[in-house]
Design a protein. Structure first.
Length: 161
């Protein structure tokens, strides 16, 4: 028996051949879908469901669903939501944070500033890139505070001798 959703059951397809419980379940699913779509009232659904339990042949099942075989009205396809664009300040923060390898202190301060600005903009606008901004902030603070601690430690070490 073809599935009720993929191929319409017509009154003449299997005729007086006896229907199975699976066929009745398939027709019941079709009736439920028609009721959910608003193509049947509760009274029609109830009446057809009652008749369904007494149906023995494919002709009887086909009679219960004959007027439901019209295609569902056209529904415009939904398109996937566009991914939010990445915040430019977050990209700049990460680039400056990584750029400290070459430009040390000079790139660390902008990484921190861009990172804080980016995180504020991302909270307000919902753009993507919060992870990039956070990574830029962390790299920036490490690049700025790390050398300062090393310089202070070196000063105390040298002055203590």
């Amino acid at each position: 028996m073809p599935d009720g959703d993929s191929e319409a059951m017509t009154a003449g397809s299997y005729g007086s051949m006896r229907a199975t419980d699976a066929d009745r379940d398939s027709v019941h699913s079709l009736l439920q879908a028609a009721y959910a779509d608003g193509r049947l009232t509760w009274d029609e659904f109830d009446s057809r469901s009652t008749s369904l339990m007494q149906a023995k042949t494919y002709d009887q099942l086909g009679a219960l669903t004959a007027d439901l075989r019209q295609p569902v009205p056209y529904r415009q396809a939904s398109y996937p939501a566009a991914a939010p664009r990445t915040n430019a300040m977050a990209i700049a923060s990460l680039a400056c944070g990584i750029g400290q390898i070459f430009f040390w202190f000079i790139a660390g301060v902008p990484a921190i500033v861009f990172g804080h600005v980016a995180r504020r903009q991302i909270r307000e606008s919902g753009e993507a890139g919060d992870g990039m901004a956070l990574a830029g902030l962390i790299l920036g603070y490490i690049g700025v505070i790390g050398p300062l601690i090393a310089i202070i430690a070196g000063f105390f070490f040298l002055s203590g001798m």
